[in-house]
Design a protein around this ligand. Structure first.
Ligand SMILES: CSCCC(=O)/C(O)=C/O
Ligand SMILES: [Fe+2]
Ligand code: NI
Length: 239
């Protein structure tokens, strides 16, 4: 989306984050180095907790899980191979340095915070509708969840909806050109850090946008198969 004012904005990671509860980020982060095996185990367990599944197409409330019967889950590897979606699990209470590392590595020099709930988001009903209309962006969509939960839905190679549950500590990167949408779950609240390279442009291009260059490029990549040069990201390990 292309909203501007209601969110805190940080032009680069060393800039102060102005007001509204974001201050604790600065002090809460230490380097996410895995010092011993028990630490690794804890982090791996957390990493495997991401859930992604194929959706049914019933007209029930969008906030419900929409599992197939029986449910059909995807692994992180499947998620990446079928759609190019990258996922990292960070420690939701101690993520600052790892997030900084990722920002540096991928060139994300903009960040702000959005809280989505009926009482926290201006024009909530309208925004929720926009988020849930199938669309693509000309750039990556990078979201790090700090509180609450929700679902990102993305189309796989066969144009089937895959639902990805996001909870605190989840960093998800949707590639440019992928058809997707977002909804809150039945708890009705999420707080998300949004990252971007340069000045953010979150214009949603509603489907059909098949003739956009970014879409044709994405489809080509999808046909050729996505290649991940960062195996940590693919497996969801935090370090
Ligand atoms: C959870 S962040 C708000 C949703 C959004 O910005 C978007 O583009 C969804 O596709
Ligand atoms: Fe989007
Ligand atoms: Ni958007």
């Amino acid at each position: 989306m292309c909203e501007s004012s209601p969110y805190q904005k940080v032009q680069n990671s060393s800039t102060k984050i102005p007001k509204t509860g974001q201050e604790h980020l600065k002090n809460s982060m230490t380097l996410g180095k895995i010092e011993d095996k028990s630490d690794l185990r804890v982090r791996q367990t957390a990493a495997t907790m991401v859930r992604a599944w194929y959706m049914n197409d019933t007209n029930e409330d969008q906030r419900l899980e929409h599992q197939l019967s029986p449910p059909k889950f995807l692994s992180l590897d499947d998620l990446f191979t079928t759609s190019g979606i990258l996922y990292w699990k960070l420690d939701p209470k101690n993520y600052e340095s790892k997030l900084e590392e990722i920002k540096k590595e991928r060139g994300y020099n903009y960040m702000d915070v959005i809280q989505i709930s009926p009482d926290k988001l201006h024009n909530y009903e309208e925004k929720i509708k926009i988020f849930f209309a199938e669309h693509l962006h000309a750039d990556e969509e990078i979201r790090f969840v700090t509180e609450g939960s929700g679902y990102f839905d993305a189309r796989d190679k066969a144009d089937k909806w895959v639902r990805i549950e996001v909870t605190p500590g989840d960093l998800i990167i949707l590639p440019a050109g992928i058809y997707h949408r977002f909804t809150l779950d039945s708890k009705n609240y999420i707080r998300v850090i949004r990252l971007f390279v340069g000045e953010p442009v979150w214009t949603p291009h509603t489907r059909p946008a098949d003739n956009m260059e970014v879409r044709t490029k994405y489809v080509e990549q999808q046909k050729a198969g996505f290649v991940n040069h960062n195996s940590q990201m693919k497996t969801g390990l935090v370090n």
